[in-house]
Design a protein around this ligand. Structure first.
Ligand code: CA
Length: 220
């Protein structure tokens, strides 16, 4: 999934970005509230990890702006100030969860997974479709109970399609969840990954919707 990290502390931001990448996400990182606003206007993200104390525009101001503009994507706030009032203000301003610094990167990754799961309307941590099961926490895919080896990008595409089962996703939407700002998009990358996924998981799982994109049917 593609996430936006808003954190002005270089050392902490570096660690969080590395941790989230390790958990299989694409991460764009900005260091102030105004840059975050611009990024949110320009790109499509699945979740925001938001520090509250930021230059130019505070995390709370950004959060209020985001919710006033009708944006529903999950927001996890990071706060250094371990006061109840701050956390309550954050949650009341539209945050979905919070972590108090210092926190464990594994806990951050688990909370991110839980928020993404809820935002895609799922209570179960596993995604299943027919004989295919995908476990986002363990980064494991099975077919009829047998493990299937997928590359990180194949896994990301499969997860995105399974979470959006019943909806067609365009090649651009799939690319968006694979690449951050500093990465060059290889042409035909999505087609190549889909080709490999079909080879590993069967040709009937992912349907091509001609001229539109790809989809996995809702019930399989
Ligand atoms: Ca800060």
């Amino acid at each position: 999934m593609r996430l936006l990290l808003v954190e002005d502390d270089s050392l902490l931001g570096d660690g969080i970005r590395a941790g989230l990448r390790l958990a299989g996400h694409t991460v764009d990182w900005v260091k102030d509230g105004v840059a975050a606003q611009l990024a949110l206007e320009a790109e499509e993200y699945s979740l925001v990890v938001l520090d509250l104390g930021l230059p130019r525009l505070s995390g709370l101001e950004l959060l209020r702006w985001l919710r006033q503009s009708g944006e529903t994507l999950p927001v996890l706030i990071l706060t250094a100030r371990d006061t109840v009032a701050d956390r309550v203000k954050g949650l009341d301003s539209g945050a979905d969860d919070y972590l108090v610094k210092p926190f464990d990167l594994e806990e951050l990754a688990a909370r991110v997974r839980s928020l993404l799961r809820r935002s895609s309307g799922r209570a179960s941590p596993l995604l299943t479709h027919g004989e295919i099961t995908l476990d986002p926490a363990a980064h494991r895919t099975t077919r009829n109970g047998q493990a299937v080896e997928l590359s990180p990008r194949e896994f990301a595409i499969l997860q995105r399609l399974m979470e959006s089962a019943g909806r067609t996703l365009s090649r651009e939407q799939l690319e968006q969840s694979l690449y951050g700002w500093n990465e060059e998009v290889e042409s035909n990358a999505v087609e190549v990954h889909i080709h490999h996924l079909r080879k590993k998981l069967g040709t009937e799982l992912i349907r091509t919707v001609r001229g539109v994109g790809y989809m996995i049917d809702k019930h399989g």
